[in-house]
Design a binder for this molecule. Structure first.
Ligand code: SAM
Ligand code: SF4
Ligand code: SF4
Length: 369
């Protein structure tokens, strides 16, 4: 597969997004030679859960200033931006939020995105991360619309602990029904994400492993991260992935597996008895910034270059000011070419506790996981 590379020297400094009418297409690389391959699109900043590590109820209460409807990118705007991103080398789109299944008629957006093709004519990998609450109802229509696969978040099997963690009194059984419906609809391979918070749900590591072992769902353990500023994050509540692996291996021997690709965020481990695999995402203890090919488009159309960024680039303004596709492509190229972000790598060599004097980081529920 041949791709045109646009050298960094081809573009001048941002934030002047306006550019020549003949905007570049083809692969982009940032200042650390990382290509742009994955686009995460947040379709809503709202959620029906109040997970303690993401949208604590004390902050995300009835007075929280969620975005008004007019601020959201429309499906037409999302599709248009996505098309330009795909021209620039994006091969995978993940819909997220907030809870993406709360966005009305999401299937219409998926249909539009599913019609896009990569530069060499392949269909995109279109996936979605969900809390699973509406999945049992929607799995079939999502699949029919062109969704390739799905990632479901589930932090515990113990019902009362799960209800405590989602703080919306939502039952485990209903998420499990959603996972089953996704399986039946052919949204495979299903990934199940468990955020591990030491002292809160680490007792669920082995029960979760036991539950999903031998199924075609791949369970992934995510280190609790210092995203945003509202979850009261503390390093003492992070359980390193190495401990997760050790705890599981004490019950079910594990063998390391090769990564599917260099950009894969999870390290893979297989059950020695052939019972499938797990993944660990060590965002805190083993940064993977060097291979980070992800851009994030917020619900209101701001482009963020890192999960831990405190500001984004306003692509909605570019679109709504009447820019041509070529001008949008130029803007994206200029932004990506200047990207220097590697937050987790830098955090790894310093004190991980956020400093109150730092600029306010964007919230996970706004930017998407
Ligand atoms: N609402 C959907 C869900 O929960 O799957 C999609 C959005 S949610 C922000 C995306 C992912 O981010 C979820 O798997 C969630 O568990 C994870 N997440 C949220 N806050 C986190 C944190 N502080 N550390 C690690 N993962 C987090
Ligand atoms: Fe909602 Fe997902 Fe955040 Fe939980 S992790 S509060 S489900 S956005
Ligand atoms: Fe990518 Fe930022 Fe995460 Fe590093 S910290 S892997 S640059 S999103």
């Amino acid at each position: 597969m041949s791709r045109r590379i646009i050298p960094v020297a081809d573009v001048s400094a941002i934030p002047d997004y306006s550019g020549p009418a003949h905007a570049p297409r083809g692969e982009l690389t940032d200042t650390l030679a990382r290509p742009l391959r994955d686009l995460r699109i947040s379709v809503t900043d709202r959620c029906n859960f109040r997970c303690v590590y993401c949208m604590p109820r004390a902050v995300f209460d009835k007075d929280y200033p969620f975005l008004p409807h007019g601020a959201l990118l429309t499906f037409e705007e999302i599709e248009r931006l996505a098309r330009v991103f795909v021209d620039h080398g994006v091969e995978k789109i993940r819909l997220t939020g907030g809870e993406p299944l709360l966005r009305k008629n999401l299937e219409f957006l998926i249909e539009r995105l599913a019609a896009l093709k990569t530069a060499d004519g392949r269909p995109l990998d279109i996936t979605l991360t969900t809390n699973g609450s509406l999945l049992a109802r929607k799995a079939r229509s999502l699949k029919d619309a062109g969704l390739t696969r799905v990632t479901v978040s589930l932090d515990a099997l113990d019902d009362s602990l799960f209800r405590h963690m989602n703080d919306a009194d939502f039952a485990v059984a209903d998420v499990l029904k959603g996972i089953e419906a996704a399986h039946d609809a052919g949204l495979a391979p299903i990934k199940v994400n468990m955020v591990v918070k030491r002292g809160t749900n680490d007792t669920e590591i082995v029960p979760m492993a036991r539950h999903f072992k031998g199924t075609d769902a791949v369970l992934r353990f995510i280190e609790y991260m210092d995203v945003g500023t509202s979850n009261g994050w503390n390093m003492t509540e992070v359980l390193p992935s190495a401990d997760v692996v050790a705890r599981i291996a004490a019950h079910f021997p594990l063998v390391p597996l090769e990564a599917h690709s260099a950009a894969e965020t999870a390290q893979r481990w297989g059950y020695a008895d052939g019972g499938g695999e797990i993944g660990v995402i060590s965002s805190v203890t083993r940064a993977f910034c060097g291979s980070c090919t992800r851009a994030r488009l917020s619900t209101e159309g701001k482009l963020y270059l890192c999960l831990f960024a405190s500001s984004g680039h306003d692509l909605r303004a570019v679109v709504r000011n009447g820019a041509s596709d070529a001008e949008i492509a130029t803007a994206i190229a200029r932004i990506w070419h200047t990207r220097t972000d590697r937050y987790s790598q830098l955090r790894g060599s310093a004190s991980a506790t956020p400093d109150a004097s730092e600029p306010r980081r964007v919230e996970m529920s706004y930017i998407g996981g």
